[in-house]
Design a protein around this ligand. Structure first.
Ligand code: MOS
Length: 732
């Protein structure tokens, strides 16, 4: 079946610069805030000399720990686990390098920044505890958060994993290290805040407008209904805009204190510290197998800087069958580092690098093809609870992928294939990502101009949600998509209670929103049919058999288009809310992919370059082939970036992130990639929802680094267990 496809409806606005992002808003009397950050990694502020800054031109106010802004509450719900809970400017204590120590508000952005440079802070500095390498030697049990993160998984409950490993015929025991990583979305965190009559309107890019409103309201001490978040366009988020960070809180609080709008734009360097990142982690694996490749034991012990990055819990229970498993997380505590948060495929990206590298090492130890090893350990139900997966076609992904990619050309012996100075290697990996669905509410509204609005307080962070909403509305109302007006990115739009306020997270937005669109459309059509039969002015007034067909009301041997009907009845709109039903939790849900990667490693320089990549994806129904492919391509590159170059480096003596800029923090560019070959299987997951769509946003990211690392091994015989795979690790 041909998968539907449609260009992004927001594309023109974006490429022509018409799309207004948060910082593009300018309001009358708006002032500009500039954050000042600490230059020590641990200690306290002894004094601040603000005299020169105060005297500088255009300065309106300077907030510091001695003259702070007013915050009344702490972040609600799970936000407290995933974002910074200390209020900005709370006290003189410095917990990490790059912590906010002052906010300068001035008439212009230049004046604010210049005055900020004149502030002199005297610190009493302590040696920061900022080396993960040191801290991981002495980790602690994870804190109790009420979330499953950090939960130990044992199978059987009293497993003696060391004995199980010792009793296995073939073993791999290795440690895999993944450094801290930063979202670096194109649009930095920015906020324009304005108060009127005790109500806040804030333009601030977010993955969940309703959650952002609730978090802001709670911290500011106002009612959620009194905070209006406007965020129609988001320039990338990757988990970094799922929760509320200091820039929005400071803009809102300063605007309230000053009685005028305030804009704050985070600088690229500040983004590394005043907003979250992916925590560094170190994973120790023990894989034990029978000689025929069947797994007997999986040990997966991780130490991470944060409970948020839990690769064991996220990854290992859903990959391979084994009678013995021991999965646990330990965390480093009290580190002088910025607060970690979720980042695209949290835990999954990291865990898949570890597990899929270890599986490749096991295949080598067994002398077995890596695909054969994986198929042999195929899992039909979750490892711990034994819940069956709703729809799983991973074996077909391997088969189709191997064929498309030419896997049969791979030679087991590393270094067997060369091309001049280049060693050519092939590697593969499995990608699995839990697929969820939250409850949400959507409003579908028919209008007299012949269009229909489909509205939900979800978000499009570049994912394609605008387009998916238009396409799904068109399908439900049987009209062309250009007659659908999607509305999203606004906390005033419908959501379900507090169930889906987090919007576009967990690769679940499409699976969440599209069933609710179908439900709302059904309700709205029923109302429209009733309207046609009962409203004064309707040509179908009194007809007993009115029905809705392709945008028209049909009955009594005639028909009228819905816009015309509403015009004739002088009705502004007819619409209804609809909600998706709850998830059938008798099954487990996940999306799958098989990644295949070819790298070429220069034998003299150690440079490892991507040369081919194929991925075959089983993600349920594909609702828009074009944006789905964009998502997978972007996700694969996101994961490959972890393998190729990305790494937040912390300077030991100071705790400073030494590469907090886009010159030194190396992200892949076009020259680093090739056309990614993406192929979708098409098995609608109708157990998950009526639209059959599962998650894809984070799936590509999962496993991509392992596919690259495994290809590097096949090319060179060098197994790199510490990301990124830079030339120094391949030389010598
Ligand atoms: Mo994604 S890290 O769940 O925003």
């Amino acid at each position: 079946m041909a998968q539907p496809t449609m260009d992004r409806i927001d594309a023109r606005a974006k490429v022509t610069g018409m799309a207004k992002y948060a910082a593009d808003h300018n309001l009358p009397r708006m002032a500009h805030g500039h954050m000042v950050t600490s230059t020590i990694g641990s200690g306290r502020i002894v004094s601040m000399d603000l005299s020169a800054a105060r005297a500088a031109g255009g300065v309106i106010e300077i907030y510091t720990p001695d003259h702070p802004l007013t915050f009344k509450g702490t972040l609600p719900l799970i936000a407290a686990v995933f974002a910074e809970t200390r209020h900005p400017l709370a006290d003189r204590e410095i917990h990490y390098h790059g912590q906010i120590v002052a906010l300068v508000v001035a008439e212009t952005v230049e004046q604010a920044r210049d005055a900020a440079a004149l502030i002199k802070v005297t610190y009493e500095a302590r040696p920061p505890k900022s080396s993960f390498e040191e801290a991981k030697q002495n980790p602690s049990e994870p804190p109790e958060t009420g979330l499953p993160l950090g939960k130990r998984i044992s199978k059987p409950l009293d497993v003696d994993i060391e004995a199980a490993l010792a009793g296995s015929e073939v073993r791999v025991e290795q440690t895999y290290d993944v450094p801290a990583r930063h979202h670096n979305m194109m649009e930095p965190h920015a906020a324009v805040a304005a108060w009127q009559d005790g109500k806040l309107t804030i333009y601030s890019g977010t993955q969940g407008p309703a959650a952002h409103a609730l978090e802001l309201a709670t911290v500011l001490g106002v009612q959620p209904a009194d905070v209006h978040v406007v965020s129609p366009y988001v320039g990338g988020a990757f988990g970094g805009k799922a929760f509320t960070w200091a820039p929005a809180l400071l803009a809102a609080a300063a605007a309230r204190a000053l009685g005028r709008p305030v804009k704050i734009v985070t600088s690229r360097e500040q983004l590394f510290t005043v907003t979250g990142h992916r925590a560094a982690s170190s994973q120790t694996f023990g894989l034990g197998a029978h000689r025929d490749g069947r797994l007997n034991a999986i040990k997966h012990h991780t130490t991470s800087q944060s409970i948020v990055e839990d690769p064991g819990y996220r990854t290992t229970p859903k990959y391979y069958a084994t009678p013995n498993a021991d999965i646990k997380l330990m965390v480093t505590s009290g580190m002088n580092l910025p607060t970690a948060t979720i980042m695209r495929a949290p835990g999954d990206e990291t865990g898949s690098f570890g597990l899929e590298s270890a599986m490749d090492e096991l295949a080598v130890a067994l002398g077995m093809d890596p695909i054969e090893l994986r198929v042999k350990n195929h899992l039909d139900s979750t490892l711990a609870e034994g819940k069956p997966y709703s729809s799983k076609h991973l074996e077909e992904c391997y088969r189709v992928g191997a064929e498309r990619f030419g896997w049969s050309r791979r030679r087991d012996r590393p270094g067997a294939v060369t091309d001049g100075d280049w060693l050519v290697g092939l590697g593969m990996s499995t990608a699995i990502l839990d697929s969820g669905r939250a409850l949400t509410t959507v409003r579908v509204t028919f209008r007299p101009n012949g269009t229909a609005t489909v509205a939900c307080a979800t978000s499009d962070a570049g994912t394609g949600m605008w387009t998916i909403m238009a396409m799904t509305g068109a399908r439900a109302l049987e009209v062309p998509a250009d007659r659908i007006r999607p509305a999203l990115g606004d906390s005033g739009l419908p959501v379900a209670g507090n169930n889906d306020i987090y919007g576009a997270v967990g690769s679940a937005a499409t699976a969440t929103v599209t069933p609710a669109i179908l439900a709302a459309a059904k309700e709205a059509i029923a109302k429209l049919v009733e309207h046609a039969a009962t409203a004064q002015g309707s040509p179908l007034l009194g007809a007993g058999d009115v029905r809705y067909e392709r945008g028209r009301l049909v009955g009594a041997g005639m028909s009228v288009e819905f816009g015309k009907l509403l015009t004739l009845t002088r009705t502004g709109e007819v619409g209804a809310l609809g909600s998706s039903a709850g998830l059938d939790d008798s099954h487990a849900y996940a999306s799958y992919a098989a990644h295949f990667c070819e790298v070429r490693v220069n034998r003299w320089t150690g440079e490892a370059r991507l040369s081919r990549f194929t991925t075959v994806v089983d993600a349920g129904a594909i609702l828009n082939a074009k944006t789905a492919r964009n998502q997978i391509t972007g996700g694969v590159l996101f994961g490959l970036a972890a393998a190729m170059s990305e790494e937040g480096r912390v300077e030991g003596a100071t705790g400073r992130i030494s590469n907090a800029n886009l010159a030194d923090y190396l992200m892949p560019v076009n020259a680093d990639t090739v056309e990614i070959d993406v192929h979708f299987l098409d098995y609608p997951d109708t157990r998950l929802s009526p639209t059959g769509a599962r998650g894809i946003g984070e799936l590509g990211t999962v496993g991509a680094a392992a596919a690259f690392a495994n290809a590097v091994y096949n090319a060179t015989g060098k197994r790199v267990r510490t990301l990124p795979i830079t030339p120094d690790k391949l030389l010598g």
